[in-house]
Design a binder for this molecule. Sequence first.
Ligand code: ARG
Length: 635
Amino acid sequence: TPINRLVQQVDGLTLDSVAEKFPNCYPEINPFDLYRAHLTNILAIITGVDSKIIYPSLSWTQGLDKGDLVLAAPALRIKGKKPDELVLEWAEKFPGNDPLFEKPTVHGYFMSFFVKGAPLVQAVIPMIRHYRGDYGCNKFHGLKDPKDPSKGKKRIIVEFSSPNIAKPFHAGHLRSTIIGGFLANLYQGAGWDVIRINYLGDWGKQYGLLALAFEKYGDEEALNKDPINHLFQLYVRINSEMSAEKEQIEKRKADGDDVTELEANSLDEQARRYFKKMTDRDPAAIAQWKRFRDLSIKRYQDTYARLNIHFDEYSGESQVSEEAMNAVGKEMEAKGICKEDKGAMIVNFQELVPGKEGKRLEKPIIRKKDGTALYLTRDISELLSRHEKYQFDQMIYVVASAQDLHLKQLFKIIELLGHKDIADKCLHINFGLVLGMSTRKGTVKFLDDILRDVADKMHETMRKNEDKYAQVENPEATADTLGISSVMVQDMTGKRINNYTFNMDAMTSFEGDTGPYLQYAHARVSSIKRRAGLSDEDLASADLSLLTEQHAINIVRLLAQWPDTVQNTMRTLEPTTVLTYLFKMTHALSSSYDHLQVVGSERELMKARMALYEAAHIVLGNGMRLLGLTPVDRY
Ligand code: ARG
């Protein structure tokens, strides 16, 4: 394998010895694992410190000018000597003829290590070409036992998107969809068995109300044509009717009238009764509701497909069985987790969990006075039944930080029920708000509205360059892809928890760190590839020792960081970890073009440079796809 080119440079080094000695060390797929291992071996001799301490202390640098790896002397915990003197001593002892590293540089108590360009280039480019779409993926991560693949994969459920049928698909759902899709890709790439669940808001009194609205104003044709919009319109109409009615009742009450009959026949009461029929599994009510649900799902699926997202299961609040909720309710009562309070069942966390935590968890209701279950009740049951059904090793809920308390309550109840093991497998991935989300055509109600608007804007921009535009095979589809990239990259730019402002002009610009810029970077390399017209054999036989320019070496140093970046992302679970890397890499690419011409160079040089650019193209494509983007080859 390509990494052997590096291994062979070092006397006495073998892949087996490295993999055995260091934890999570996979040099065959991650060049930096080999560099770290080799460097650790050298430093263990020089410092006398145990390898186990050195290996994890080698960290990434802020930028290429600071080296490829850096060691902070205090991390080695040597007593009695000043760390800045120690590093000077060690740097002095560092072999001057190491095949893989230059002599380290020292600043303060830091020691910076720069890898040698030539061996790196000759190992990493073939490695990327060898693994292609898999370069950066570490399939061992998802194995139950990394040493024994026959024991199978770990399983993770990623629950995300989870919109409410007949209600607007708001910014929270958009973010959940983008972040959840990304996390699912991330775990899949890391070899996990990933199950994507969409937990629809498809139950509750509001569906009773919706059914009433359909009885009154429903239009079969409109429903079939555009179920999401039609149901939403009905929902808006009936809701405004209901509030008008409520207002009237209040007024009559204030006037001292008897409103008993009015209330008994109110829309609110009718909706409650309708929903009661649904919970009693009345066949007609269930059939109607199921139609709304199925039609909505079909439409959602089309939109999700545009975002490269699919779900393995459309679950939802409706799917939680009353029996299961009753059973868990009884269990909670028996275990003293919930108790009656003014006819309702509540969880008084203050009495159950000591200190501030108990207070913060408040007093959620899990059964209303009329016996109906709530959002939280359904989540409790759903979590337990998912565990029974899927036996997951981990479950991620991608839900807005507005629901932090809800998920804390949920996980704590599971723990109090005696399932700490299950609660520990659950993780809430939260995120902040999107501010000012409206498009040119007004306030957004549905994901489709946003995507259509942004695509229109991209289409306009594309049209401005007539020559290029004429060559794009399917301009509408490309504009759509560029638009989606704009929205997604804007969303993934900051840390998840930060709020951001939806800014149509900024996100669709080709300048700055935007989605269109990434697509531009990708398309530019695609265009160089097309114009160079070299075959795969040409690239495979390229003489990579011709890549001596600092620009070329720097690109390869960045490409070598990709597997580490993905590993780090498994820890941060932040899309921005990937994006930051991709922008750093594309900036290095952009500034190299003037120095590393392909078309017009002498043939051998052309081959070598094209091999370099192709490697960059692969990594950029891998990164974009990991984020859920569709890389384009021209626009
Ligand atoms: N449908 C909910 C909402 O729109 C989000 C569901 C989150 N997932 C969960 N298991 N509670 O607010």
